[in-house]
Design a protein around this ligand. Structure first.
Ligand code: NAD
Ligand code: UGA
Length: 490
């Protein structure tokens, strides 16, 4: 009988590390979880209560599990009193004391970023593994006892095998680390729900007794709330490939529906009807068939690029081209929408546009890989003045992205970010809804926009482009606007 895990460390306090650690701590009150990050500001933000990310439900869980005042990495003395409230467990700490957290842990999740390489071999396609390698090197340097190292970051196939070789070098120190692959399938905006009710948890391991034992110990943490038949053990390669494959398949569905949206706009069919009817076929299913200006976020594109790189490396040209076409269609879709909008506006007279929504999807403040950037770029190229509003994305982060991606020299007219939709829409000729925030809906309790006032303060021709299917066209037309929708002929 292997000793149960009671001490966990999570390296990486970002979207995945923080949310996953919070839920594991919540469901395993007798397990202590320490989340560390090389970025001190990130740890400070978690401890200050001014959380670096927004996720529905996260605050509530942290109010139960997070030990108050755990900043400064003072986990050694455990001096800080646990929260007085009886409902709080206080078994999760955000700390910058990486050394202590790693040394003390039996199991370590590696939840660091794995972006696409921007230089060197495979630039633009291969995965930059520097953060993962730095984490594993740190674990090797610091550890005086054997650890289970859990690869939670999304990595290329073969990474765990490579890390095993690296770890074997630690063996001389009298320790023997085990590596597991346990990719994460949560989506932003629904991270807590996804973690509480996962479709499956997958654990890849080496086919050895030690590998199986490590798998059982990790699985026992998940068994605290995940049904046993949803916890699947598989080999390391399958596990790593399944993660890339799942994201590629999800993205492929979106590119498929987006390709059909172009046909709908040309012939007069309605993409929402087409999507709904197709989704009613149980073999197809309704999810991930929502047409959009393109998929965004930090993962779909990078994971498909990783898959394309793998296929190319294996000499599987047709396979690589097939998955690349999912990305090509996504680019086409983004630019197709701006062309459609601009054609409609006759730019000579109309050059002011408001973009409502800048996060890559609703219910998150995350703007990484947002398709709204393509709209901004295209409008800027065509000489538009652009006003931006998003309910959650931080103005500073949007500004930083624009400064990085859109040099001032490429902007003929000002690009400004506003803290309210009404200000952003004031005196514009057109509004584009780029993110499906509920507050933009015309028929939802969440609506906070005063559409009557917005319509009143626009300039003719008062066009609204709904790229997210959130407005009732008839209602806005009644207010004097012209409504154009993605996937429907106007
Ligand atoms: P993130 O950028 O939000 O967080 C990563 C954190 O790791 C950062 O705070 C960074 O400072 C820290 N870090 C980097 N190197 C470090 C080191 N050597 N030591 C300590 N800390 C270090 O990233 P994320 O969105 O949480 O994604 C993490 C991984 O999970 C990626 O591989 C991603 O593909 C995968 N993933 C992400 C999502 C998602 O929705 N965001 C979902 C599933 C899987
Ligand atoms: C996605 C996957 O859904 C997760 O399972 C996975 O764990 C994660 O990537 C990851 O590996 O990072 P995420 O990117 O957070 O999660 O969000 P999604 O809901 O998948 O949306 C991604 C993009 O696709 C968004 O821009 C969204 O607007 C777009 N989308 C989504 C559509 O255009 N249509 C849809 O029907 C669904």
């Amino acid at each position: 009988e292997e000793e149960a895990i009671t001490k966990i460390c999570c390296i990486g306090a970002g979207y995945v590390g923080a949310t996953t650690s919070a839920v594991i701590a919540y469901k395993n009150p007798s397990v202590d979880v320490v989340v560390v990050d090389s970025c001190e500001a990130q740890i400070h933000a978690w401890n200050s209560g001014n959380f670096p990310i927004y996720e529905p439900g996260l605050k509530d869980i942290l109010s139960v599990v997070a030990r108050s005042g755990s900043s400064g990495g003072d986990v050694r003395g455990e001096k800080k009193a646990r929260k007085a409230s009886t409902s709080s467990i206080g078994n999760l700490v955000f700390s910058s004391n990486i050394e202590h957290a790693v040394q003390n842990a039996q199991l370590i999740f590696v939840c660091v970023d794995t972006p696409t390489k921007t230089r060197g071999t495979g630039s633009g396609f291969a995965t930059d593994l520097r953060s993962v390698e730095a984490s594993v090197n740190r674990i090797m340097d610091l550890s005086t006892t054997s650890k289970i190292i859990v690869e939670k970051s999304t990595v290329p196939c073969g990474t765990a095998a490579g890390l095993r070789e690296l770890l074997a070098r630690s063996n001389g120190k009298g320790v023997k680390h085990e590596i597991l692959s346990n990719p994460e399938f949560l989506a932003e905006g629904s991270a807590i729900r996804d973690l509480l009710h996962p479709d499956r948890v997958i654990i890849g391991c080496e086919d050895t007794i030690a590998g199986k034992q490590a798998t059982a110990r990790l699985a026992s943490l998940y068994k605290a709330w995940v049904p046993e038949n949803c916890i699947i053990s598989l080999n390391l390669w399958s596990s790593e490939l399944a993660k890339l494959a799942a994201n590629a398949l999800l993205a492929q569905r979106i590119s498929s529906i987006n390709s059909l949206s172009a046909i709908c706009e040309a012939v007069g069919a309605d993409i929402h009807e087409v999507g709904r009817v197709c989704g009613l076929d149980r073999r197809i299913g309704p999810e991930m068939l929502r047409p959009s200006i393109g998929f965004g976020g930090s993962c779909f594109e990078k994971d498909i690029r990783s898959l394309v790189y793998l296929a190319e490396g294996l000499g599987l040209r047709s396979v690589a081209a097939y998955w690349m076409s999912v990305l090509d269609l996504n680019e086409y879709q983004k630019h197709r929408q701006t062309s459609r909008i601009v054609d409609f506006l006759h730019p000579a007279a109309c050059d002011r546009v408001a973009i409502l929504g800048f996060s890559f999807k609703k219910d998150t403040g995350d703007i990484r890989g947002t398709p709204a950037l393509a709209l901004v770029r295209d409008f800027a190229d065509r000489g538009f003045q652009i006003n931006i509003y998003d309910p959650r994305a931080k103005i500073g982060s949007i500004q930083e992205m624009l400064d990085r991606e859109l040099p001032l020299s490429s902007r003929h007219k000002p690009t400004a970010i506003f803290s309210s939709a009404s200000e952003a829409c004031d005196q514009v000729h057109a509004i584009v809804i780029a993110t499906a925030w509920d507050q933009f809906r015309t028929n939802s309790k969440e609506t906070t926009l005063d559409w009557t006032s917005i319509a009143c303060h626009m300039q003719e021709p008062k066009v609204l482009f709904d790229c997210c299917n959130v407005v009732k066209a008839g209602y806005l037309e009644g207010l004097g606007m012209k409504v154009v929708e993605l996937g429907r002929r106007r």
